[in-house]
Design a protein around this ligand. Structure first.
Ligand code: COA
Length: 260
């Protein structure tokens, strides 16, 4: 599958999804969102892909937000639809995917760009990265999950400050607040992302998928996280990976998981 706004690269079992609108600082227009939906669906369903790293083309931006030029024609109903479609088809899809997704934040991650990074399971940023939710400067609020995921990551007070002031923060500040997991020099960003993802890829894939389901369940309204954990824990015992993991431990060897 080839895309107009994305580059897909495979490195072993890692798939890179690179947002490729550098001249617009990789802003998310409708077409790019539709392509992201397809690319993530493909990656989650492709047995050869173990995990995904999403990043932006160039050295300046991860994603500088939703494409503001597409906002001009929207009314209240159009705005509602835009947020609903984006949340369902891209942001929630990534968060609830069956494979680990790392955001390698290589520059500006603003508005929808930071929301995209927050939908990923792990965030790593280069030291030049700047992050923020500037929507109130446009008369808007974050619409791709930012009002929900930012407080989960940094706490309500800091989230209110970032959303209401619209200030950008540095990678070092983001690390301090818990918004990102690691900061690297720019030329180390992908190596660090690969190092972490390759470690995850040594673990049992179905257990990783269950962990994603259980962790997310605790953060969703109306779903009981502890009950989901019990159900997913039980499911793990029915997998070949579980038998392999325990046998390998007892036989003092490294496990060879098949994701079955
Ligand atoms: N939507 C559409 N186009 C965008 C964009 C966005 N979110 N962010 C950047 N661009 C475009 C600019 O319009 C410009 O296009 P042009 O060359 O055709 O005029 C190009 O990307 C480069 O951006 P520019 O503003 O010239 O770069 P800069 O270095 O001066 O500033 C930013 C960088 C990130 C500070 C600035 O682009 C910005 O504030 N972007 C909007 C951020 C935002 O509010 N995002 C939330 C949207 S909800």
């Amino acid at each position: 599958m080839s895309f107009q706004n994305l580059l897909i690269e495979n490195k072993g079992r890692i798939q890179y999804i690179i947002i490729n609108r550098e001249s617009k600082l990789n802003a998310l227009n409708k077409d790019t969102l539709a392509e992201l939906h397809t690319a993530f669906n493909d990656a989650f369903n492709n047995a050869e892909v173990g995990g995904i790293i999403i990043t932006g083309a160039g050295q300046k931006a991860f994603v500088a937000g939703a494409d503001i030029s597409e906002f001009v024609a929207l009314d209240a109903a159009g705005g509602h639809q835009l947020a609903q479609l984006g949340q369902t088809t891209v942001f929630n899809l990534i968060e609830n995917g069956n494979k680990p997704v790392i955001a390698a934040i290589n520059g500006f991650a603003l508005g929808g760009g930071l929301e995209l990074a927050m939908a990923c399971h792990i965030r790593i940023a280069s030291d030049n990265a700047k992050m923020g939710l500037p929507e109130v400067t446009l008369g808007l609020i974050p619409g791709y999950g930012g009002t929900q995921r930012l407080p989960q990551l940094v706490g309500k007070g800091k989230a209110f400050e970032m959303i209401m002031t619209a200030d950008m923060i540095t990678a070092a500040e983001a690390r301090q607040y818990g918004l990102i997991n690691h900061v690297t020099e720019q030329d180390e960003l992908l190596a660090k992302s690969e190092e972490i993802l390759n470690k995850i890829l040594l673990r049992a894939p179905l257990a990783i998928a269950s962990a994603i389901t259980a962790v997310n369940a605790g953060l969703q309204n109306g779903i009981k996280g502890f009950e989901t954990e019990i159900a997913e824990f039980g499911k793990c015992f029915g997998t070949d990976d579980f038998k392999e993991g325990v046998s390998a431990f007892l036989e003092k060897r490294k496990p060879a998981f098949k994701g079955e």
